[in-house]
Design a protein around this ligand. Structure first.
Ligand code: FPP
Ligand code: MG
Length: 343
């Protein structure tokens, strides 16, 4: 995450919320095929991206369903399955599988980690939607987990998904994968989830909410985005590469690609929040402005935000230039998808 982060200490000092006066603080995507637009300089050539993603998503949906069986205590597992199988875009599993395949691995090798990443993403959204955080009623076009199962169950379903994710990588990764690769993935995923990753990003996000406009700088916003969203996207790509036995320089290059698409993902998220309807998004639109959240459009304007997202995606794709275009096509297509998505 180094390239796009600012010093965490400085941010915390600047934002330490309760000491400061202001720190008062679509349903399943339209078919992915529709969002995959023609690429820029480096092309996702000779790949029917829509078909590729549809195939992968079918396998991912099945694997996700198998990963959390319906069992005792039924209500808990129902709550876990409710959110896990609610039909997200499955970008993280796709990135993991695509990176693994680019580096010579297989979908089977990546699938347990791919599922675990989606479990972690799902639990983070369950917790993010809770009344104590964003207090949201809709997610992926359906009532949020706590609206259906109650707050206690939603917290515990999130906890169980998080724990299950690590167990799942350790237990289900094929034994053909050397144990040190699996161990490295477990460490990397752990790091990206904790205080130096998702949780850290969420904390700074909460602390920044409602702050005076000049208190939340672009640097701080980049920190939030790189941690809250970018970290999990980054480890999705690097873990796929590591499982395939990629060379260190490739893991590093793919990590940089992922940082760039991760930031672009969140810039696009900010743009969509103020340009799409709740129906299109499958969650409450316009919330950023309503709660006074600093976003790319609020800091640099809508047009500049679009340009930043475009530039990030172009730069990310440039990093894949030296790979066989056929093998790199899924990662190139996913970069375009992130830029062009409508929800
Ligand atoms: C959505 O952001 C939220 C996230 C991307 C991550 C939130 C992270 C947590 C709640 C920490 C979870 C705990 C662990 C252990 C991982 P948003 O509110 O900007 O977007 P939204 O409009 O989709 O809700
Ligand atoms: Mg939220």
């Amino acid at each position: 995450m180094q390239a796009i982060l600012c010093a965490p200490g400085a941010i915390i000092a600047r934002l330490n919320p309760r000491q400061k006066k202001v720190n008062n603080l679509r349903q399943k995507t339209q078919h992915l095929r529709a969002a995959a637009a023609p690429a820029a300089a480096v092309e996702a050539s000779e790949l029917d991206f829509g078909n590729y993603i549809a195939d992968k998503n079918k396998a991912i949906e099945q694997a996700l369903s198998d990963s959390v069986p319906e069992m005792y205590p039924e209500r808990l597992h129902e709550s876990m399955r409710y959110s896990l199988l609610a039909g997200g875009k499955r970008i993280r599993p796709c990135l993991c599988i695509a990176a693994c395949e680019l580096m010579g691995g297989t979908m089977e090798v990546a699938m347990p980690t791919a599922c675990a990443l989606e479990m972690i993403h799902t639990m983070s959204l369950i917790h993010d939607d809770l009344p104590s955080m964003d207090n949201d009623d809709f997610r992926r076009g359906k009532p949020t987990n706590h609206k259906v199962y109650g707050e206690e169950m939603a917290i515990l379903a999130g906890d169980a998904l998080l724990s299950h994710a690590f167990e799942y990588i350790g237990r289900e990764t094929p034994k053909s994968v050397p144990a040190e690769r699996t161990l490295r993935v477990l460490v990397d995923v752990g790091k990206c989830v904790g205080s130096e990753g998702l949780v850290g990003g969420q904390v700074v996000d909460i602390m920044s909410e409602g702050a005076d406009a000049d208190e939340v700088t672009l640097e701080t916003l980049k920190y939030i985005h790189a941690h809250k969203t970018g970290a999990l996207l980054e480890v999705s790509v690097t873990s796929g590469a590591i499982l395939a036995g990629a060379k260190e320089e490739d893991v590093e290059r793919l990590g940089k690609y992922a940082q760039l698409i991760g930031l672009a993902f969140q810039v696009v998220d900010d743009i969509l929040d103020c340009t799409q309807t709740s129906e299109q998004l499958g969650k409450t639109a316009g919330k950023d402005e309503a709660v006074g959240k600093a976003t790319y459009p609020s800091l640099v304007g809508l047009e500049e935000s679009k340009k930043i997202a475009d530039d990030l995606i172009t730069e990310a794709k440039e990093l894949l230039r030296d790979y066989d275009p056929k093998l790199a096509a899924p990662l190139l297509g996913l970069a375009d998808f992130i830029k062009n998505r409508q929800n």
